[in-house]
Design a protein around this ligand. Sequence first.
Ligand SMILES: Nc1ncnc2c1ncn2[C@@H]1O[C@H](COP(=O)(O)OP(=O)(O)OP(=O)(O)O)[C@@H](O)[C@H]1O
Length: 326
Amino acid sequence: MEPVIKVDRLVKRYHKGEENAVDDISFEVNAGEFFAFLGPNGAGKTTTISILTTILSKTEGTVTIVGHDVEREAKQVRECIGILFQNHSVDLELTFEENIRLHVSLYGIYGYRPFYRLMPTEYKQRIESLAEMMGIHDSLFKKLKTFSGGMKRKVEIVRSLMHQPRVLFLDEPTQGLDASSRRSFWEHMQKVRREENVTLFLTTHYLAEAEDADTVCMIHRGKIAMSGSPNEMKRILMLERSMELDADDRCALKSELSEFKVEFMEISNGFKVKYQQQTPQLLLSQINTPLTKLNVMQPTLEEAYMHLMVRKDKEGEQNVDSGKGA
Ligand SMILES: Nc1ncnc2c1ncn2[C@@H]1O[C@H](COP(=O)(O)OP(=O)(O)OP(=O)(O)O)[C@@H](O)[C@H]1O
């Protein structure tokens, strides 16, 4: 099956830019995939997403979305994508429904009618089912100035889905939302994925939001630093796996741990035991001291990200130093 997003040797150099903001990157995203594009400030995420959504022109390379070239067939590309920007872009003086009606008319999805009741049945069914999916159906005819930040985001999701896009670009979609609105956003986004069968392209600084991604692509100074599933990345980066153990008889536990060929250290409430080779089960089966605490710690995507970025920064510094010596 043809990938939904195909990026081949993409380069972007801004006018007067000293370096390429995006420097020869290639990747593909398949239909229905949840793809997370991560990187530190200035890595090139917004530049890439802007090119993929036809907002910005590229310097070199090819990009196709659902088989359409982003420059030669920009109109077709726009028809099959939806975008959720970082900042709210809704009219607070209009109702939820009026905001959507204005949008669909401006984009030529449905013709404008001065009243909701005069809009086509298809429009009414679509907006009502999406509002229902987002859990904000009751607020369809309320002005947006009464909405919370999380509700405004949901209005924007409804708006981005009205034309049934194949790909939804989410550029830091939960920026500025509190923890419970962020959670609600993602619960609804899972529903969107299931029910609309849409491909998600996400950029975020909240790395926990990318833990469920099928593929994570990490960029650093315009280049792809690593890409794969979150688990593959953690494995490749050999992130430390550890357990936290404690017992009433700490001395006995410590002497048992000392006998095993594992690295451990004392922490405020017990011991932290690293287990890179052995499984936690194997290790535990060798411990006879009754335990009062057992926590098996899983490495997070955030740890993988930090590990990789520190490594890439060091490589960058070494390259600069060796350049100076030359
Ligand atoms: N209009 C512009 N003109 C010149 N340079 C730019 C322009 N926009 C971005 N850049 C540069 O291109 C590089 C990539 O920027 P970009 O905004 O794509 O990064 P980002 O990963 O989205 O960062 P952030 O997480 O802060 O949004 C940076 O070095 C930035 O300074």
